[in-house]
Design a protein around this ligand. Structure first.
Ligand code: DX5
Ligand code: ZN
Length: 229
């Protein structure tokens, strides 16, 4: 059983993003999650392609760019050019989701679709076979540090089943309120990538918090994996 950790720099010190990235990489981060908010799809504004470009110059691991913007199609080229390795767009915000997913892939990035807490997994039914990953929001997007919405584990499992049903082994990512208390349950439910902001950058030692999150995430999985078959 493996899990990838994608620390969200939304909770980092924006005046010291390079140091934040280095800290979580030292703690074993697999990806860096970059939250892009437009003040329209979500009630908050964050950063754009120039900051992603600067992060790309510093980061050793791939950038996992989560677009919380209306009509994300408009920005795909700019974020790929800035160095995004993975780009996810919300099904609620993308009018022509199939075209947008195809565009991301044509540009050489991995394409993901995201569902809000109130959006059923079935909203991705007709795009599931085309996805490189699927992202389940476990908080309402827009802010870091919110409480995990109970029941999101079951939604992760439903997303895993949807992908499996179309023969797609693409990873399921989960984002929002992830911490050491729920990480193992999420992995058991089928999550392959855990995003965590406050649980990592809200601590005095983000490297140690990254290691602790991985240990917690694998705490249920490892004893089972060690069983003789
Ligand atoms: C929420 C963002 C998340 C957020 C996660 O709108 O998409 O990526 O940064 O932060 P935490 O882990 O603090 O909920
Ligand atoms: Zn996010």
């Amino acid at each position: 059983m493996t899990v990838r950790l994608s620390p969200s720099i939304l909770a980092a010190d924006f005046a010291a993003l390079g140091a934040g990235v280095a800290a979580v990489e030292a703690g074993g981060a697999d990806l860096i999650h970059v939250d892009i908010m437009d003040g329209h799809f979500v009630p908050n504004l964050t950063i754009g392609p120039p900051v992603v470009k600067a992060l790309h110059a510093r980061a050793q691991v791939p950038l996992d760019v989560h677009l919380m913007v209306t009509d994300p199609e408009r920005f795909i080229d700019a974020f790929v050019d800035a160095g995004a390795a993975m780009i996810s767009v919300h099904v609620e915000a993308a009018t022509h989701l199939h075209r947008t997913i195809a565009h991301i892939k044509e540009r050489g990035a991995l394409a993901g679709a995201v569902v809000n807490p109130s959006t059923p997994v079935s909203a991705l039914e007709d795009i599931a076979r085309d996805l490189d990953f699927a992202l389940v929001m476990s908080v309402n997007p827009g802010f870091g540090g919110q409480h995990f919405i109970p029941g999101s584990e079951a939604k992760v499992t439903r997303m895993r089943r949807l992908l499996d049903a179309v023969g797609n082994s693409a990873p399921v990512e989960v984002d929002g309120g992830v911490d050491t208390s729920n990480a193992a349950r999420l992995v058991a439910a089928g999550a392959d990538i855990l995003v965590a902001g406050a649980a990592i950058f809200g601590t005095p030692d983000p490297a140690a918090a990254t290691r602790a999150l991985r240990a917690a995430a694998l705490s249920l999985a490892e004893p089972a994996a060690a069983q003789p078959r």
